[in-house]
Design a protein around this ligand. Structure first.
Ligand code: NDP
Ligand code: 8X3
Length: 253
């Protein structure tokens, strides 16, 4: 029987790289994100006799959409979900609290916290029924520390960190593993989204040092989910070598 991994935010960055690596390692996939063209491309690239792909065009901020999408999956898929990667997320804007934009705050809170909760609530009954499974939550160094102008994004990632610890306590009785991954600066579409399409500002975030790339996080997730049944990696912080903390970056060139 196929083993399914359910990956949110699978159309870019960490989620896309993780989906591709899980497929290479024998998993079939449920992919969730909003951009249907990219979902379709992932499906075309990864579908094979060994790898079934179900693409769910869904906005994780909308609980009804999430429930309907998960319910639309065949029973044999739902009952074979082994891994849930809660990765969909974003930062919108970076600046002091007094000039914060409420709409940006809501997008971050609704996606990073509420979206993760909606997806988890919809998927976790299938893991519970199997008395097994692994939830990987993508938090951030911004969930361990705060930095200037990071306020609401940092708050949402602190919430993810807290939810990882809390879920682990709630779900241990069902044999479900929960891993929290906290990356530092990684060059994906993250900064283009954060700076609302301003590619010059986005590029400047990664100048002068070697940032993480999506494959680094995919390989970390692959390592975590391939540990033996009796081993859980609870929490991993993974940084570019040039980044000592959320706000200390040693520019090398
Ligand atoms: P990307 O912008 O490259 O990818 C974000 C993914 O999330 C996309 O696939 C996007 O798909 C999806 N997404 C965003 N909003 C929604 C939504 N409302 N519903 C469904 N899917 C959504 O960024 P990253 O890969 O860098 O980010 C992935 C995660 O890693 C995020 O949670 C981010 O906060 C976190 N992170 C990133 C770091 C970095 O430096 N890059 C460091 C630490 C953590 P679509 O637009 O198609 O919906
Ligand atoms: C993304 C990394 O340092 O920009 O979570 O918050 S950071």
């Amino acid at each position: 029987m196929d083993k399914f991994a359910f990956v949110t935010g699978a159309t870019s960055g960490f989620g896309e790289a993780t989906a591709r690596l899980l497929a290479e390692n024998g998993y079939s996939l449920v992919l969730m994100a909003r951009r249907s063209d990219r979902l379709e491309k992932m499906k075309q690239d990864l579908s094979s006799d060994e790898c079934q792909i179900y693409a769910l065009q869904t906005d994780v901020r909308n609980e009804n959409e999430v429930i309907e999408a998960v319910n639309s999956l065949p029973e044999k898929v739902k009952s074979n979900i082994h891994i849930l990667v809660n990765n969909a997320g974003l930062a919108v804007g970076r600046g002091p609290i007094e000039s914060g934009i409420s709409d940006d705050w809501e997008r971050m809170i609704d996606t990073n916290i509420k979206g993760l909760l909606y997806v988890t609530k919809a998927v976790v009954p299938f893991l519970i029924a199997n008395k097994a499974g692994h939830i990987v939550n993508i938090a951030s160094i911004a969930g361990k520390e705060v930095y200037p102008g990071g306020n609401v994004y940092c708050a949402t990632k602190h919430a993810v960190d807290a939810l990882s610890r809390s879920m682990r306590i709630d779900l241990v009785q069902y044999g479900i593993k929960v891993t929290n991954i906290a990356p530092g600066a990684a060059e994906t579409e993250f900064s283009i989204v954060r700076f609302k399409g301003n590619t010059e500002t986005a590029d400047s975030v990664y100048e002068g040092y070697d940032p993480l790339v999506a494959q680094d996080i995919a390989e970390t997730i692959m390592f975590v989910v391939s540990r033996p049944a009796h081993v859980t990696i609870n929490d991993l912080t993974i940084m570019p070598t040039a980044q000592a903390s959320a706000s200390v970056l040693w520019k090398l060139y």
